[in-house]
Design a protein around this ligand. Structure first.
Ligand code: SAM
Length: 232
């Protein structure tokens, strides 16, 4: 079943205009036609079966019919990650979305090499991953900021698990309650980053095992551990 994220309200009888890219995807890529069913979700109204009413030349209108899933909360962890090279950042955003994060917060650290982040591109990747992984929400992607600013504004009731290789850190396990995971850049955290992190009461240094993982591997492994299902 094709699932598409839209920003329009979804209710019985509503008609939703697909974007040009979605219309192209429906007609040109997936070879769907007028009368076919597509599922739409918008992050607030659940998921709806919709019938393609029109589809031609990069335009499509979808008639909303029946709700197939009601909206449910998706209170996943926040992933804070030092901005990486473009392809690696894309991978982190895609996999973190599949793994259920509710927010992605790119940061610049002492040893971050990238100077900027293309938020529109990251939002498109997260949207596609949310559609594919049957989520009902798309994670919030915040503008990239300096680590210092992020720590200053961090909600102190949310534990921030900072992945630190080569440190005397506790193994990362399942987190109860609101949590964040911070992953450093390719070159690791620098002394100024460590000094800032050490001053924050909500920070907890965590280990992902004895090997030095690439940042993207660390993000994926860390998110899996943080949300590991309870046994029994
Ligand atoms: N250049 C660093 C070094 O050789 O020590 C390695 C940095 S690692 C490629 C990138 C990030 O992944 C680190 O800043 C850390 O957040 C995370 N990471 C990698 N391996 C880890 C491990 N075993 N435990 C915890 N965090 C890890």
């Amino acid at each position: 079943m094709i699932r598409l994220y839209v920003e329009s309200a979804l209710s019985p009888g509503a008609v939703v205009e697909a974007s040009e890219a979605q219309a192209h995807y429906l007609g040109g890529v997936m070879r769907r036609a007028v009368g076919d069913i597509v599922h739409l979700f918008n992050g607030t109204d659940g998921e709806w079966a919709c019938r393609i009413a029109t589809l031609a030349r990069g335009k499509s209108a979808l008639a909303v019919e029946v709700q197939v899933r009601s909206q449910a909360e998706e209170p996943g962890p926040w992933l804070v990650f030092a901005v990486l090279k473009r392809d690696t950042t894309d991978l982190v955003v895609q996999k973190a979305t599949e793994l259920g994060v509710s927010a992605l917060l790119p940061v610049f650290t002492e040893r971050t090499n990238a100077a900027r982040v293309n938020l529109d591109r990251l939002r498109a990747i997260a949207t596609e991953a949310a559609e594919q992984s049957e989520r009902l929400t798309v994670p919030d992607i915040r503008p990239a900021r300096q680590l210092h600013d992020l720590l200053r504004d961090w909600p102190t009731d949310r534990a921030l698990h900072v992945a630190q290789e080569r440190a005397d850190a506790q193994p990362l396990g399942r987190a109860e309650g609101a949590a964040g995971l911070l992953i450093g850049p390719e070159g690791g955290f620098g002394p100024r980053d460590h000094a800032m992190l050490d001053r924050c009461r909500f920070v907890r240094a965590v280990s992902l095992g004895p090997r030095i993982l690439r940042a993207e591997t660390a993000a994926i492994a860390g998110l899996a551990l943080l949300q590991a299902p309870r046994c029994g």
